[in-house]
Design a protein around this ligand. Sequence first.
Ligand SMILES: [Zn+2]
Length: 142
Amino acid sequence: MSKKVQPGENREEPDYSGISDELLAERLEEFRGILFEERQRLMKNARRTLTEEMTVDQDDLPDEMDLASADYNQNLSFRLRGRERHLLSKIEESLERLDDGDYWHCEECEAWIGFRRLRARPVTKLCIICKEKQEHRERAFA
Ligand SMILES: [Zn+2]
């Protein structure tokens, strides 16, 4: 099925920095929504973890509980929450960047990051080229 796209009707506009203010405002709402949703999801997870911990008293643990695996699970949950905390701060930062109008541009070279990349990684601050350079540096000093 092919349909001729009328101006203003094409929602999959080319990904470049010269888009109209109107479309950029639309994108701003879209990405604000994406970031808010992700933040909601993290908050819900954090609350659930907290509730689970408060309801499981150490004395209530069954005797046959494998201690090694309980330790392992606890480590895992600490690490996940560390990662979630990190992600949450990145989301807050992205929301600020969105309000400041910096969100669309690479923090390092100021290039247009692109909607496709931002949809895949909504908290990124780097264009794909700077990201690859950064990963290369990190590998070099790892
Ligand atoms: Zn860049």
